[in-house]
Design a protein around this ligand. Structure first.
Ligand code: URA
Ligand code: ZN
Length: 372
């Protein structure tokens, strides 16, 4: 029997045109070339990376060719038996561009993603990117254009939305356009928490605190604000895939709900409940999908418990978290996440196979032909 397909829905790329844009900048985010031409440039991605007291080769993160090379992405897929990947631009997307620059960059990056996918023999699809600083009408225009591109299956969105977060009234036309175009929103963190939270010794721990804790809390707050503001009451068909197994949403959903039920600020609605008309439980089961980029069976089980086993999708976060050993072929981030899914389901191999690939194929209508 042929092995079940593995689909990676959380995998990123910085196209070379985008890296050129970062290289042209001197403010975060920017790309810093090192005097040693053989050493990869450094991506100064977080404000704390822009520390002039550190030597250049210790600032930010090394960005080698795996971040932009599609051949390397496909090699990674082959090494790890990934049948199909849904690639997305990595953070911070186009968040930092001016309203004038955003739309042309969105078009450029999205066309490049579509081209990459259309020449990839059915092994690549993409989540596109929006120009969040542009006027809403331009963003809606790009969403309409994207709905006609054959390999685009959704959009990746940062937690700041248009700049004020996901409870911003200004997002209404964008939610409407995404809902009618049936494009999935891949909600992904970038900004973490204020650096004061990490304390004066934070630099001793590199990116550990922002990535392991800042990212999931940022995502949790963003999604909760979206739900609290009634977005899913007004847009009942909106589809959201939340990165990193929903941040801490699965673990905290009961507490969030309880705080809403005890909040006098919300009047009771017809059902005798407080808060948004559609409760958190319902929204999690009908509008939300979670990726399985959580590195533990406990995390996968929590995700499955709140959204259901048909709504959890495998991902790797490639090319972030490369092996630290020189020349290693196998990526721990892949192995750990596959193992977490298999262990979470135990004997239910069919459910594990669906999380590893079947759920994404169904949700996104992927053609995973064997010539891929
Ligand atoms: N994963 C991402 O997608 N982005 C980061 O900046 C780090 C890990
Ligand atoms: Zn990611």
């Amino acid at each position: 029997m042929a092995p079940s397909p593995i689909v990676d829905i959380h995998t990123h790329v910085y196209p070379t045109t985008y890296l050129a844009l970062l290289r042209s900048r001197t403010e975060v985010p920017y790309l810093l070339d090192l005097p040693d031409k053989l050493a990869p440039p450094r991506l100064i991605i977080l404000p704390s990376d822009d520390d002039l007291a550190l030597p250049a080769h210790q600032r930010g993160r090394p960005i080698d060719s795996s971040y932009s090379s599609i051949n390397q992405k496909i090699d990674f897929m082959k090494t790890h038996d990934i049948t199909t990947s849904v690639v997305s631009l990595a953070n911070p997307w186009l968040d930092f561009l001016s309203p004038e620059e955003g739309p042309q960059w969105a078009e450029k990056v999205n066309n490049e993603l579509e081209d990459i996918c259309s020449t990839s023999l059915k092994c690549l699809y993409a989540f596109a990117t929006l120009p969040p600083s542009a006027p809403a009408s331009r963003i809606v225009g790009e969403i309409h254009r994207l709905s006609l591109l054959p390999h685009i299956r959704g959009i990746i969105l940062g937690t700041t939305g248009l700049s004020k977060g996901l409870d911003d009234h200004g997002l209404e036309p964008i939610w409407s356009a995404l809902e009618s175009a049936k494009l999935l929103i891949f909600l992904h963190p970038h900004y973490g928490l204020p650096s004061s939270v990490y304390g004066p010794r934070a630099s001793e721990y590199g990116h550990v605190l922002p990535l392991s804790l800042g990212f999931p809390m940022e995502t949790t707050v963003a999604f909760t604000r979206m739900w609290l503001s009634g977005v899913f009451d007004r847009h009942p068909k909106l589809k959201v895939l939340i990165a990193h197994a929903g941040g801490t949403v699965p673990f905290l959903s009961g507490r969030i709900d309880s705080c809403v039920q005890h909040e006098r600020h919300f009047p009771e609605n017809e059902g005798g409940k407080r808060g948004p008309k559609r409760g958190l439980k319902e929204v999690l089961r009908e509008n939300v999908w979670l990726d399985a980029v959580v590195y533990s069976p406990t995390g996968v089980r929590a995700a499955v418990e709140v959204v259901g086993k048909e709504r959890v999708l495998f991902g790797t976060d490639h090319p972030f978290f490369p092996p630290l050993e020189e020349g290693a072929e196998e990526w721990m981030s892949m192995g750990t996440n596959v193992h977490a899914v298999k262990e979470a389901f135990g004997d239910d191999e069919q459910a594990a196979a669906k999380v590893l690939g079947g759920n994404a194929i169904e949700l996104l209508g992927l053609d995973v032909a064997s010539d891929g």
